[in-house]
Design a protein around this ligand. Structure first.
Ligand code: UD1
Ligand code: MG
Length: 498
């Protein structure tokens, strides 16, 4: 890069007024996401890389939606309205008053060309300065130029740009296309715009005619050809949007692989633009990492996992899981088949297992919720075990209430914890309990019916049935595994009593 390329340009004008009709959408085309970010934000980020003195966005169609994004994320942008969509030349004309009397370079780009990078714009400006051009256009040589404006050359110079609709058969053979991205000398741009006429097939003011004007007035008009034709691709319909997303994703995934992330199946892995990964993360097939998700070194994610705005700590494993706005700390295990809703925080070495749904749940270090559980509005201490089938009943039909489990609490299987509820540290709850009263530290709560036996019931009520036959044949023996476990427990209890 030459030093002159580092002098800031006077302005970048981003054209964003077009109708986007082929998207057939209620929302502005420019807000449709590419790798999780609004399409327009790519154009603005690329423009900002030039550090222009002024950044102007021309809005029109669905302008309220576009302005909302701009006001929220790009407060320094100057917004200009194009009241009537009368072509690219008309759009740039609307921006001219916002530029003042500048005679320095003005860059024009589109809001719907998301892969254009700041580096390419910088190179374009550098090429423009080196050749002392009045105007320089970014072009590409493409296999199928249908629909694009064609670059008509006269020796090395660009003599003019002809739109597909206005071109002769011969001109349509030209495969060098106009990307719609340019650098203009400020004065040439102003004069050229003042001379535009809608004298063409579409009855529009063509910005491209400014190049012909510059050439006729003996200005140098050059082209900077990019090899990366994706950088010139616009998005007009949802087929192109999907293609663009696939290509952007392919590049993001490739970049992470080169940075030391193992991606077992790049084709089924989707990583959005704002995701952050460390080296030695492993991503298994069919995984989507979205939003502001971050994953620390040694963690393994997937297969079949979707994480949005989730922070995953070192060496954690997250298998077949759907998670949102949650934190999974180091060495923790999640899944398979887990659902983490917003506000879930799993402690170091903790576990959220199979068919478990959590919401606003803080689960302490080393605590485990391994199977079949709804765990909502829960504050769980360290070293807690929540048995299979436990339900945190946090909703009484009108209010949500919290449940607190102190450190080293043990909840037996198939328990209902009716919130608001406090279970003190070290307390135990027997399996099958419906707990409605607080349990003090160290207590055992048994909140279930006693077992009642009706002997010979099957012989009386189901005589002759397979069940009755089986009962007759049985000698009432205890299965050896059960007998053994029971003997062991008895022995331990006796030892404790001594
Ligand atoms: C334009 C170029 C064409 C080039 C192509 C690249 C002209 C005359 N033609 O054609 O040479 O190959 O882009 O994609 O410039 N816009 C406005 N206001 C308007 C019209 C358009 O803001 O009144 C904006 C659109 O939102 C879009 C951009 O300008 O971002 C291009 O408009 P579009 O209608 O797609 O131009 P093309 O006919 O494709
Ligand atoms: Mg277009």
């Amino acid at each position: 890069m030459t030093t002159s390329a580092q002098t800031p340009v006077s302005a970048v004008i981003v054209l964003a007024a077009g109708g986007g009709t082929r998207m057939k959408s209620k929302s502005s085309k420019l807000l449709h996401p590419v790798a999780g970010r609004a399409m327009l934000s790519y154009a603005l980020d690329a423009a900002q890389a030039l550090e222009p003195q002024k950044l102007v966005v021309v809005v029109g169609h669905l302008r309220e939606q576009v302005e909302e994004l701009l006001n929220e994320n790009y407060p320094l942008v100057t917004i200009v309205e194009q009241p009537v969509r009368n072509g690219t030349g008309g759009a740039v004309k609307c921006a001219i008053p916002a530029l003042g009397e500048t005679t320095r370079e003005v860059v024009v780009t589109y809001g719907d060309v998301p892969m254009l990078t700041g580096e390419t714009l910088t190179e374009l400006v550098a090429a423009h300065r080196e050749s002392r051009n009045a105007c320089t256009v970014l072009t590409a040589v493409v296999p199928d130029p249908t629909g694009y404006g064609r670059i008509v050359r006269d020796g090395g110079q660009v003599s003019r740009i002809v739109e597909h609709k206005d071109a002769t058969q011969e001109e349509r053979q030209i495969r060098e296309i106009n990307s719609g991205i340019y650098v203009f000398d400020g004065t040439v741009l102003r004069d050229g715009l003042a001379n535009l006429t809608p004298d063409n097939q579409q009855g529009e003011l063509y910005l491209t005619d400014v190049l012909g004007y510059a050439r006729e007035h003996n200005g140098n008009v050059g082209a900077y050809i990019t090899d990366d034709i994706w950088q010139t691709e616009g998005v007009n319909d949802r087929v192109q949007l999907a293609r663009m997303n696939a290509e952007v994703n392919r590049r993001i995934v490739e970049r992470w692989m080169l940075d030391g992330v193992t991606v077992v199946d790049p084709k089924t892995t989707w990583i959005e633009a704002d995701v952050d990964l460390e080296s030695d993360v492993t991503i298994l097939p069919n995984t989507q990492l979205l939003g502001a998700t971050s994953v620390a070194t040694g963690a393994v994610i997937g297969p079949d996992t979707t994480l949005r705005d989730v922070e995953v700590g070192e060496n954690a494993h997250v298998i077949r899981t759907h998670g949102e706005l949650s934190v999974i700390n180091m060495d923790a295990r999640v899944g398979p088949f887990a659902r983490l809703r917003p506000g879930t925080v799993l402690g170091v070495g903790g576990k959220i297992g199979t068919f478990v749904e959590t919401k606003n749940a803080q689960i302490g270090d080393g605590s485990k919720v391994p199977h079949l559980c709804y765990c909502g509005d829960a504050f769980i201490g360290e070293g807690v075990n929540v048995g299979a089938g436990t339900i945190f009943a946090n909703y009484d039909g009108s209010h949500k209430s919290p449940t607190h489990l102190g450190d080293h609490v043990f909840i037996g299987s198939n328990t209902v914890l009716v919130a608001p509820l406090n279970i003190g540290a070290g307390a135990f709850v027997a399996a099958g309990s419906a707990v409605v009263e607080d349990v003090p530290p160290g207590a055992l709560a048994v909140a279930r019916g006693r077992e009642h036996l009706s002997t010979d019931w099957v012989h009386r009520k189901r005589a002759g049935s397979p069940a009755s036959d089986a009962a007759n044949e049985s000698e009432g023996e205890i299965h050896p595994a059960v007998a053994e476990a029971r003997a062991k427990l008895l022995e331990e209890n006796q030892e404790d009593d001594q």
